[in-house]
Design a protein around this ligand. Sequence first.
Ligand SMILES: [Zn+2]
Ligand SMILES: [Zn+2]
Length: 115
Amino acid sequence: MADCDLCGVARPTLCPVKVNDRSVFSAYPTGTWRGINEECLERCHEANLNRVPVNGKKCDLCGMKNVQLFQVKVQVPTFEEPYHREVDKAICERCFEACEETIRRREAEKEEGHH
Ligand SMILES: [Zn+2]
Ligand SMILES: [Zn+2]
């Protein structure tokens, strides 16, 4: 099991999203991977289509500072009714692109599965 980097939900498999994390740039100049679950990937995709700018200190996925951030609402599970709450996350444009890439890659893999 692995925890989603956005909402913290543990899943057997996560969708890998490639980000540029400046804090580890010297070790990983070509980017590092974050894992988010399908729900969050879908929510990032929706947020990318309907961009709502937010003021945040840094991107919740890659940690990039001083960039324009956009709101992504993710559902975090709780132990009380209604068993989840919406939490606002701030994601940068590059991470949106990385999410789109992950979606495209997953769709291509699905296509291959049909042949
Ligand atoms: Zn998640
Ligand atoms: Zn980012």
